[in-house]
Design a protein around this ligand. Structure first.
Ligand SMILES: *Cc1c(COP(=O)(O)O)cnc(C)c1O
Length: 487
């Protein structure tokens, strides 16, 4: 069956999956959603005998119906290779103290965004070809750290694309900066900006909306696109690992605990449930920025609150963009109104009837203290080392079990390698890191963790610095024009 996509804010326009991947966001500001939910065609038992790439095909073909079998399989083959992932299974499921941890950090940037950003470039190229787009694709991204490197790694060397990443010069960790400025590839450009993440994001947005510049670009054979997490090309690849993980265990039913920021990862779990995975509870884990916890508790979403910096920065978010797709499931045609209220007043409330449809979800949160205690607890008891994002989820899992006495098999989604947030992890387990440099810190981690230093980290520590360009907040357009050699 062909699945078409329409905006969460209205059904005036139906487009194919490849068109939705190219467009990213709908013109009315909404997000693209499938018109109906497909169902898995293979039984769970059949899927349990397949490898990651085969499961990926079975899941992706349900949603990306205008891609041919050959096209999809080629995208999958190019994305999930042993060159890009340090584990041949692509993801790993480990059991620690009665809980399962689904490690999604075995890709080239050791965080879960690799799972989708390694395949997105191939989706985009295929989609451009299908829709007879002749221009070369230029990806523009503003990053606070993780997305930038994952997008660079995904697009590096992919013919027919260029990528330009802007990051706040003094607003990312030293390892994150090193990861970006050592990125190889003829088609990659990395620019540090004198400003914060919001400045970077505003600058990129302004370029996207600059019609004059876009026209010029087209004349020179280029078009802009984004690798943002609202793109269905990032969402669909994330459904795969839920099906894969479940079918490795084959329980009757399972819970997933997902460390959540923009609501993309947990929404993919919800889609996995919709296509037929027997999931009992989807547990949404927040850090101290607990806007989602409050939403599940009260039915009120309210972004008017203080923004807190925590040790799980990728979850420091007050507007979770992908939540709009869940709101569409429960509110249908009223979604546009609720989103209007969000942008005008910073808040909206769903009705009791809508709330009842959220029964599959459970919201929890962990404080900074609980997160650090959880890292220490698992390290002391099991010698298992977790990054702070995973620890938030693990702590929420613990409180959930205590409160509900639910004994269903539970899988905690592990989104980053502890090496990516080494300082926080070392401090949590009682090590003194004062004045310690990255190289030393990483060495210390390897000594005490017995987890082999990922190649992604050792490579970065030794690699040559290739990008040193810095620009001010007002020079974005000039920088882009210089890179593309247009005047
Ligand atoms: C992006 C990210 C998250 C949050 O995922 P969402 O899809 O935005 O909810 C959690 N952990 C890590 C390490 C991330 O990079």
């Amino acid at each position: 069956m062909d699945i078409r996509y329409h905006s969460t804010r209205g059904k005036e326009e139906y487009i194919t999956s490849s068109q939705a991947i190219i467009q990213g966001l709908a013109p009315d500001g909404g997000l693209y959603v499938p018109e109906t939910m497909p169902k898995l065609e293979k039984t769970l038992e059949e899927l349990s005998f397949m490898n990651y790439q085969q499961v990926a095909y079975e899941v992706m073909k349900l949603f990306l119906t205008d891609f041919t079998e050959e096209e999809l399989k080629e995208c999958i083959q190019k994305a999930y290779t042993e060159e890009k992932f340090d584990d041949e299974e692509i993801v790993k499921l480990v059991e620690m103290g009665g809980t399962y941890y689904l490690e999604l950090f075995h890709g080239s940037t050791i965080a879960f965004k690799d799972m989708a950003l390694s395949i997105l470039p191939y989706f985009m190229l295929t989609a451009a070809k299908k829709n007879k787009i002749k221009e070369e694709i230029v990806i523009l991204t503003a990053t606070s750290g993780d997305t930038g490197k994952a997008a660079l790694a995904g697009f590096a060397g992919v013919e027919g694309t260029k990528i330009i990443v802007f990051y706040p010069k003094d607003g990312v960790s030293t390892i994150q900066e090193r990861q970006m400025i050592t990125q190889t590839g003829e088609n990659v450009h990395v620019i540090g900006i004198q400003g914060n993440f919001d400045d970077a994001q505003a600058g990129v947005k302004a370029i996207f909306h600059d019609t004059e510049l876009n026209a010029k670009l087209k004349k020179h054979g280029y078009c802009f696109s984004s690798a943002n997490s609202i793109n269905i090309g990032r969402l669909i690849p994330q459904v795969v690992y839920y099906v894969f993980a479940f079918t490795r265990l084959m329980p009757e039913c399972a819970n997933f605990v997902v460390p959540t920021g923009n609501f993309g990862n947990i929404l993919a779990a919800y889609y996995a449930m919709q296509i037929g995975l027997p999931i009992h509870r989807l547990i949404c884990a927040s850090n101290e920025n607990k806007v989602l916890y409050d939403f599940f508790e009260t039915g009120i979403y309210n972004r008017n609150r203080e923004f807190l910096l925590t040790s799980s920065p990728s979850m420091d978010i007050v507007v979770s963009s992908n939540l709009e797709r869940l709101i569409y499931e429960i509110a249908g045609e009223q979604t546009g109104e609720l989103m209007k209220s969000l942008s005008e007043h910073g808040t909206y409330q769903v009705t009791e009837e809508m709330r009842r449809k959220l029964a599959d979800f459970y919201g929890g949160f962990a404080t900074e203290k609980e997160c650090r205690e959880e890292i220490k607890e698992l390290f002391d008891k099991e010698q298992y080392m977790m990054d702070p994002h995973t620890a938030v989820a693990s702590a929420v899992c613990r409180t959930y079990r205590k409160k509900t006495r639910d004994t269903t098999d539970t899988i905690v989604v592990s989104t980053a390698s502890p090496y990516k947030f080494g300082r926080c992890v070392l401090e949590a387990i009682g090590q003194d890191t004062e004045g310690m440099e990255d190289a030393k810190m990483v060495q210390k981690l390897e000594e005490i963790s017995m987890v082999k230093l990922p190649k992604a980290v050792s490579d970065v520590l030794n690699a040559e610095i290739l990008h040193q360009e810095i620009c001010s907040k007002t020079e974005f357009q000039k920088v882009v024009q210089d890179i593309l050699k247009i005047d």
